[in-house]
Write a protein that binds this ligand. Structure first.
Ligand code: ATP
Length: 365
């Protein structure tokens, strides 16, 4: 059981800053995702939580205790790497018992703990097998067993499923989440896969260039992205962006975009500069009567839905529409979207102008 607090964490490698002023809290029992593109500082952050890397500045608290300068062995956590390394000369039981043996635990106690872990993982029948002949899935379960048996306060996982093929990865991700729910221990999980983060995580930290871009529950990050980066990184296909250069004059209650009027919430009146309207493909629909005209340049059939790519005077847009709607490449269409589903960004700072609070005003106004 562990609550982990990260405060202004920073890591420099020479002149290069890999992680800068990161702050977030991982609550006890959460499945917590560190998400971002390659090189954004996820692994370095995880290694600082583990004590495998010491921060240049800032603090890490585990259950209220400051552990920032403590080494890994002094922290009650288990690190599960991408490559599940097992001891090849030991059988499954010996691999799982290894950490307890090293702690000097009495034999009878080890036996009962290994039996308990094997039951959780459903590997009772392979305890006496050599690890050499095991399937990939069983190898992962044994490696997890070795981490679980120590009953650490938290599990830290760095892209644990990264090397697996898609189908097996899907299966193991469900298994990991179920295991987490069963055990109730805190899990911190690094991934660059936004779908994996959304599916598995209770909370997500989105990182970019060493900084925390946004921190929240998956739905909040999807619906209320705090920046253009998050809006673009989360979602597949990602959000559509339409640039609007100008000023929303004080007193203006709507602006004209692509021939369509959009309501402007009170807080945004007076916003000026290079503005960007963001709308997710599932919030764009085809409406022959819309004044916002477009030409279909591609369609992509996905079974229950299809992605229609259309060129407008304001740029290319993607719409997710029902698969049975007849749409032809080259066809002229009208596009529609509900203004309430739009996020507004400042192109210069990259930050969202239309926050959750602002959106509520629009909803109720
Ligand atoms: P990936 O998914 O590719 O591992 P990541 O988000 O986990 O990416 P990190 O491994 O934390 O990123 O690395 C962040 C940056 O810090 C990268 O540019 C990396 O090259 C750099 N870096 C990491 N460790 C060191 C080190 N020991 N010495 C110098 N630079 C490092």
């Amino acid at each position: 059981m562990a609550q982990i607090i990260i405060k202004n964490l920073r890591k420099d490698f020479g002149n290069f800053t890999a992680v800068q002023s990161s702050s977030f809290t991982i609550e006890d029992g959460e499945f917590f995702m560190l998400l971002g593109p390659s090189g954004c500082g996820k692994t370095t952050t995880l290694r600082m939580i583990a004590g495998l890397e010491l921060p240049t500045s800032g603090e890490v608290f585990i259950n209220g205790e400051e552990v920032s300068q403590k080494r890994a062995a002094q922290r009650d956590i288990a690190f599960v790497f991408q490559m599940f390394a097992l001891y090849p000369h030991l059988n499954v039981r010996q691999n799982i018992s290894y950490p307890l043996k090293s702690q000097g635990m009495p034999k009878a106690e080890i036996k009962s703990k290994v039996a308990e872990v094997a039951a959780i993982l459903g590997i009772e029948d392979i305890l006496n097998k050599s690890v050499g002949g095991l399937s990939g899935g069983d190898r992962q379960r044994v490696a997890l067993g070795r981490a679980i048996v120590r009953e650490p306060a938290a599990f830290l996982m760095d892209e644990p499923l990264g090397a697996l093929d898609a189908e097996f990865r899907e299966h193991m991700s469900q298994e990991l989440r179920t295991l987490h729910d069963q055990m109730g221990a805190t899990t911190v999980y690094v991934t660059h896969d936004q779908l994996e983060a959304m599916k598995m995580g209770d909370k997500i930290v989105v990182m970019n260039h060493g900084s925390v871009e946004q921190f929240g529950i998956p739905q909040e990050i999807y619906d209320w992205p705090a920046s253009l980066f998050v809006a673009d990184f989360i979602g597949s296909p990602s959000m559509n962006f339409l640039k609007f250069h100008g000023t929303v004059s004080p007193g203006d209650t709507n602006v004209l975009l692509g021939g369509q009027l959009f309501d402007v919430p009170a807080q945004l009146q007076g916003a000026s500069g290079n503005l960007v309207f963001g709308v997710r493909p599932e919030h764009v629909s085809l409406n022959p009567n819309s004044r916002f005209r477009a030409k279909v340049i591609a369609t992509e059939y996905l079974g229950t839905t299809q992605i229609v790519t259309a060129e407008t005077a304001s740029g290319v847009l993607k719409a997710r529409v029902p698969a049975n709607q007849i749409v032809n490449v080259g066809e002229a269409v009208g596009l529609d979207f509900d203004p309430r589903t739009i996020t507004l960004f400042d192109e210069t700072t990259g930050g969202a102008l239309l926050s959750k609070a602002n959106r509520k005003v629009l909803d109720h106004g």
